[in-house]
Design a protein around this ligand. Structure first.
Ligand SMILES: [Zn+2]
Length: 166
């Protein structure tokens, strides 16, 4: 039996959803290799960070992710296993990648009770604003509205306000 403690960067971007482990992100591996009759039994833990955006409010997020795995790497040409030893080497890359990608959330959130965006203004809600959706703008930020040069955004906001009044 042998044990390894390894840090290695992700060789490519892992994940296709709102969050992913970026290429080059450090992956910390704790791996135990055991010789068994059919091959090498690989047991371990991997730790890294996934990055992306909150599925509700679109804020950038970075969260730690930790996974455990155990897989038999069979001797080539013997029993059918998902992974094979190659030249007496265990390539844990694909195993770690698959385990981490499967553990990434489909609906990542910046915090468990993230209230998301205001359906009228598109602005990020705070927990208090979610209960009072009519007052989404912090007065300290109100003057920033005059700096917008996005005519569409202004028109949309005006339409929303008109609808509320009628
Ligand atoms: Zn959020």
């Amino acid at each position: 039996m042998r044990e390894f403690d390894v840090d290695a960067p992700a060789a490519e971007r892992w994940g296709e959803g709102l969050v992913a482990v970026e290429q080059g992100e450090p992956i910390h591996l704790d791996v135990r290799l055991e010789s068994v009759h059919e091959g090498i039994l690989v047991t371990g833990e991997a730790e890294t960070i996934y990055r992306g955006i909150c599925g509700r409010c679109l804020t950038d997020i970075a969260q730690p992710v930790e996974v455990e795995f155990q897989e038999l790497f069979g001797y080539p040409g013997e029993e059918a296993t998902d992974f094979e030893l190659q030249d007496d080497h265990v390539d844990t890359g694909p195993l770690v990648r698959d385990t981490i990608v499967l553990s990434l959330p489909f609906q990542p959130v910046c915090q468990p009770d993230c209230p998301g965006l205001d359906p009228n203004t598109g602005e990020r809600l705070t927990s208090e604003a979610a209960q009072e959706p009519r007052e989404p703008v912090d007065p300290r930020w109100a003057s920033l509205k005059t700096f917008t040069n996005d005519d569409d955004a202004v028109a949309t906001r005006h339409d929303a306000e008109t609808k509320e009044e009628s």
